[in-house]
Design a protein around this ligand. Structure first.
Ligand code: FEO
Ligand code: CA
Ligand code: CA
Length: 689
């Protein structure tokens, strides 16, 4: 039995549940700033939705009973309760079979400075920050790092991961990774935040962006390792040339002194989550881009959280494009979804303006029956929105050059929508504690409100008072105008490949219901929501392109002994505790896997699997936990392998290179390094069967 350690090294008390260092470097202290969304558009109210799918009242009533019973038995700390609940889950798994794909002994909450995995599984580090991947790249030497070396090595703070097939090379796949941001104090010895050097800034530019690296499986050991110098290996950084495509390409709003065409941008920033497309490319959200831009005074920038003073990293000292006062439109060229063709290392990556500009967490695509792309994307900010794009062009099958070229235009034409949700219970029954309303479920209906349509003939705005260009560049303002629903930080969104239902992770929002902020509503039912929840959407007629949907809350996260939690009706004494759901992925069996960011239950962050259908629906089990200070990113679950990006290990306030808070992955005396970890079964069988 694992014993819980004292809470040393858990995130200090920052509002989003993260360490102060995470707040500083990743989000530019977003939680301490004013809420960017000051619009007074309505939120989920007491309007009765039209006839929508609902689960049975009997089941919901049973859940209330369990919750109450558990609630009376609460003793000890949240972490102790959490551990007890997980042990119960582990016992259950042995005696009474979990859903196929989730048959492993759940990992208990813990504070171990390691990746902790279930018994019977093995792991290895696939690739670390700084490992050489391009021809000519030097070995990693953190004391003598250069921008040129970093540009040929794996970047910092790996986040989204994709694994693509590599036909013709047995046992190999193409790994694509995002590098969301840099932690300068953990990268450079004696880092002086007030006086960064040009070399440090340029190293950070090279450590951002994307990596493409071929990986190879060793059949005997099960290990997955990088193949350095493969001809497909590639780095994209904060200075790589991008082509801007879609309706805002060439707009006056995107023209700068360095690029009078408004179609050519250097670099991508803060790539958080992403997606794979059915046509063999990868998508990467540009999330907290605001933090890299200094000295703004425009209201449109304020809506994106762009500051009025200097930035933390002070890049504006080394390149004027990061100074809004000197180069006002450069900031309009970030905040998009970017698309990369990992099969062509010479291709120019694209910024897709038809998908709107906001803090894109990620982007996931599925196809309509007639082959058009439908893309879901969340705007990760407290009280912001989630969106859908329905393309108008059909995907061409086959790998011919003309088909690939055609498919690289699919995300440039179509309509962008924003979500508006309505609860079906009276507003008075949503009291902000998470107590279920009288109908036994947080649920209701919703509509996708059109914002703009792009076509070969041009773009049309559907928002009164805004041109199409404005909708695409100031998309948050368009959402405000049409009354989109203010959500509790919409993160990753994934459609289930087996049921078609769509899952939206809402990480947390401790400002919900605080002061004059929007109060709890049926879709965001807890005030001061610190654990987050997961929304399940059923598109009308189960068609991706539908403009209406039914919704219900699939999970309301937290300690299962907390009556405010909900696990799709599964008995709460049999699930693992979970807090702050962020990235989500499906396994081949249709189970949803959830990674967490900022666990508020006294444990390190982790990766969880949960059944979404059948009589085990809602049974949630923790598969792994990550080291001190780290976040679990980029989960991928294949038949025989689970991949996670261990992001920002050691990111604890006050930690430095000289005084690390973690010694992962290489032990004492070695610099802490973000890295990708692969987990497989020692007996070589499929995961969780
Ligand atoms: Fe980069 Fe929304 O997490
Ligand atoms: Ca309801
Ligand atoms: Ca994330």
């Amino acid at each position: 039995m694992r014993r819980l350690l004292p809470l040393i090294g858990t995130p200090d008390s920052h509002p989003g549940g993260r360490s102060a260092m995470t707040c500083l470097y990743r989000c530019g202290n977003a939680c301490f700033h004013e809420i960017p969304n000051t619009s007074d558009n309505e939120y989920v109210g007491d309007v009765i939705a039209s006839a929508l799918s609902r689960r049975s009242m009997m089941r919901a009533a049973a859940v209330v009973t369990v919750a109450t019973a558990a609630g009376t038995a609460v003793i000890g700390t949240g972490a102790q309760q959490a551990q007890a609940a997980t042990e119960a889950a582990a016992t259950t798994a042995k005696s009474d079979k979990a859903a196929r794909g989730l048959r492993f002994t759940a990992v208990a909450p813990n504070l171990t400075d390691a990746v902790v995995i279930p018994d019977g599984y093995a792991q290895n580090v696939v690739i670390r920050w700084g490992e050489p991947i391009l021809r000519g790249a030097p070995a990693f030497d953190p004391d003598n790092q250069t921008a040129a070396a970093q540009a040929a090595q794996f970047g910092y703070n790996n986040d989204f991961l994709a694994l693509l097939p590599l036909p013709g090379e047995r046992g190999r796949q193409i790994l694509v990774a995002n590098h969301e941001y840099t932690d300068e104090v953990l990268m450079f010895k004696a880092y002086d935040a007030a006086n960064p050097t040009r070399e440090q800034a340029e190293i950070a530019w090279a450590a951002h962006g994307l990596s493409v690296v071929v990986v190879e499986e060793d059949k005997r050991s099960g290990k997955l390792t990088a193949v350095p110098r493969h001809h497909l290996n590639r780095r994209v950084t904060a200075t790589t040339e991008f082509k801007v495509t879609g309706p805002a390409a060439g707009s006056d709003l995107l023209k700068t002194s360095a690029d009078p065409t408004g179609k050519k941008v250097l670099g991508t920033l803060n790539n958080c989550a992403g997606g794979e497309t059915p046509w063999g490319t990868t998508l990467h959200g540009e999330e907290n881009f605001n933090q890299y831009f200094a000295n703004s005074s425009r209201p449109t920038d304020a809506r994106y959280g762009i500051g009025t003073g200097a930035t933390e990293r002070k890049w504006e000292r080394f390149d004027k494009r990061f100074d809004v006062a000197q180069e006002p439109n450069e900031v309009h060229r970030f905040g998009y979804v970017v698309e990369l063709d990992p099969y062509d290392p010479t291709s120019t990556p694209r910024k897709r303006t038809a998908l709107g500009r906001f803090k894109h967490e990620g982007a996931t695509v599925r196809l309509t029956d007639d082959g058009r792309p439908v893309l879901y994307t969340g705007d990760d900010e407290r009280f912001d929105y989630f969106y859908k794009f329905v393309g108008s062009k059909k995907m061409k099958k086959g790998g011919s050059r003309s088909a690939r070229e055609h498919n690289l235009t699919l995300l440039d034409e179509g309509t962008l929508y924003v979500a508006k949700l309505t609860g079906d219970s009276p507003a008075a029954e949503i009291d902000g504690t998470g107590k279920l309303p009288a109908d036994g479920e947080f649920d209701g209906g919703g509509v996708w409100i059109p914002l703009a349509t792009a076509s070969a003939k041009g773009a049309v705005s559907h928002v009164e008072g805004m041109t199409a260009e404005e909708v695409y560049v100031f998309t948050r303002l368009a959402g405000d105008k049409v009354g989109a629903t203010k959500m509790d930080r919409p993160e990753d969104i994934q459609p289930s490949p087996t049921t078609g239902k769509v899952y939206v992770a809402l990480t947390n929002n401790t400002n919900r219901g605080v002061g004059s902020n929007a109060k709890a509503d049926e879709a965001n039912p807890r005030n001061a929501n610190k654990h987050g929840h997961i929304l399940e959407l059923t598109e009308g007629r189960n068609r991706p392109e539908s403009l209406t949907f039914a919704w219900s809350l699939f999970l309301v996260a937290g300690d299962p002994t907390d009556p405010a939690t909900y696990f799709a009706g599964f008995p709460k004494e049999k699930v693992s505790p979970i807090s702050c759901p962020d990235n989500v992925a499906f396994d081949p069996h249709g189970n949803l896997w959830i990674s967490t960011d900022g666990n508020q239950l006294g444990s390190h962050d982790g990766l969880f699997g949960v059944a979404t259908k059948g009589d085990r629906r809602g049974e949630l089990k923790q598969f792994l936990t990550v080291p001190t200070g780290a976040e679990t990113c980029g989960p991928l679950v294949q038949d025989r392998r689970v991949l996670v990006a261990v992001q920002h290990p050691g990111e604890i306030s006050g930690a430095t290179v000289e005084k690390p808070a973690s010694i992962w992955p290489d032990g004492a005396g070695k610099i802490v390094r973000p890295a990708v970890v692969s987990v497989w079964r020692k007996d070589g069988c499929d995961i969780g069967v």
